[in-house]
Ligand binder design. Structure first.
Ligand code: NIG
Ligand code: FE
Length: 410
């Protein structure tokens, strides 16, 4: 008789028989066939072939699930503006009739029209309108969401947006990382006073941070947004608080935004269509992730491709995100963003999957997810597919079969 006391199952849950795309390692899907995936207390505790399990499954786990298909890490949407009120379908029509995004913005539409609607909604209403978007992203496999402010543009309304972002995470049981994007657009009350507005944005930041509402700081560095010098002021304020930065950089023109973000050891530079080779090198030197947003590229019918090969050649990690927002990317599926990254940017399906998991996690400064490995959070998706390339192949559809965050099935 053994003198080792029986102390119960070692896994809360164990899934057997599926293929894993662990993404562990620099190349390939990290495939494990006829796998076992076990977790306990929200963390992965076994990732390997079923044949290597240390005992009989029923004795090892409280719950054993037989499965087929593929399991990937939970998707990470590292760039969204999903908390907002209203929509801008009329603007979409105007663009199709020939108006440009910039012309609409300069005429008082665009971001500022969403600011009006967002200011009018109270917290409960904003949550009511935003939750279905988060639910849609979750239903297609996203277990971590970044959500930006930037449609409030005054202290109370930026605070309201960030509070609602936190509530989205609590309501759905998933991780939400909040990004303060006060420097998104110039609100009407600061017309022709951009410097004063930046001063205000920098003053609001420590107050919002003190309430635990800010995980990172972003800005829109562009002709119709803020200049590099103004962006630098916002980044200095972030740095003073020890907060990481990221940037809407080089989307419509090259203002050197990606290099500026990198100079501040930015987590990411996002959009990056017009990013120069010099900036790519600066990003590489600082480990700044390039976040590709093919939804905005698609909806704006852009033609200028990001410097994709230069990112690869210089070892700049490429993430993929939805940029879910009412103006340029009303996109409610990260898997669909992966599809668009393959068709428009010619990413391989493996690059797109890594981009929406491992590299997206890095773009949020999260190192506990994005691959299936013992010790990582038990965030994973069980897909009804015969090969992971299918995730980038189907346009639409319902492929996610089981979605787990922190070991809990959602
Ligand atoms: O990432 N470029 C700035 N921000 C968003 C657009 C927001 C909007 O148009 O409402 C973007 O594309
Ligand atoms: Fe954006």
């Amino acid at each position: 008789m053994s003198n080792v006391p029986f102390d119960g199952p070692i896994f809360d849950g164990l899934i057997l028989g599926a293929h894993l795309a662990t993404l562990d390692g620099a190349n390939g899907y990290g495939e494990i066939a006829d796998a076992a995936l076990g977790w306990r207390d929200g963390v992965l505790t076994f990732v390997g072939p079923r044949s290597q399990l240390p005992g009989a499954p029923d004795a090892l786990a409280r719950e054993v699930i037989e499965a087929d298909g593929w399991i990937t890490p939970g998707l990470v949407d590292c760039h969204t503006h999903l908390v907002f009120a209203g929509e801008r379908a009329r603007e979409f029509e105007m663009r199709l009739q020939g108006a440009s995004y910039e012309a609409i913005a300069r005429a008082g539409g665009g971001i500022v029209s969403t600011v009006r609607a967002t200011r009018e909604a109270d917290e409960a209403e904003l949550l009511r309108q935003s939750l279905p978007r988060a639910r849609a992203l979750l239903a297609d496999g996203a277990t971590t969401l970044e959500i930006k402010s930037g449609y409030g543009l005054d202290f109370a309304n930026e605070r309201k947006m960030l509070r609602v972002a936190r509530q989205v995470g609590e309501a759905l049981g998933i991780t939400v990382r909040t990004t303060y994007l006060g420097a998104h657009a110039l609100p009407p009350e600061f017309k022709d006073r951009a410097e004063d507005y930046i001063t205000a944005v920098c003053e609001w930041l420590p107050r919002l941070h003190a309430e635990g509402l800010v995980d990172a700081v972003d800005a829109f560095c562009e002709g119709i947004g803020f200049s590099p010098a103004q962006t630098r002021r916002v980044f200095d304020a972030a740095r003073a608080l020890g907060l990481p930065v990221k940037l809407h950089a080089d989307q419509l023109s090259d203002l050197g935004g990606a290099a500026l973000a990198a100079e501040f050891d930015g987590l990411s530079a996002d959009h990056v269509e017009y990013t120069s080779l010099d900036s790519v090198r600066t990003m590489a030197a600082h480990g700044t992730v390039a976040v590709l947003l093919p939804g905005a590229f698609h909806v704006l019918r852009e033609t200028k491709l990001p410097p994709l090969q230069a990112f690869r050649d210089n070892g700049v990690a490429m993430a993929v995100a939805t940029d879910c927002n009412p103006g340029t990317s009303p996109l409610l599926s990260l898997r669909q963003a992966m599809q668009l990254a393959c068709t428009h940017f010619r990413l391989t399906p493996e690059e797109a999957l890594r981009g929406a998991t491992q590299h997206a996690s890095r773009a949020l400064g999260l190192h506990d997810r994005g691959v299936l490995r013992v010790g990582m959070r038990a965030d994973f998706v069980h897909w009804n597919v015969g090969h992971p390339a299918e995730l980038c192949y189907w346009l639409g559809g319902q492929l996610a079969h089981g979605i787990y965050a922190g070991g809990r099935r959602l």
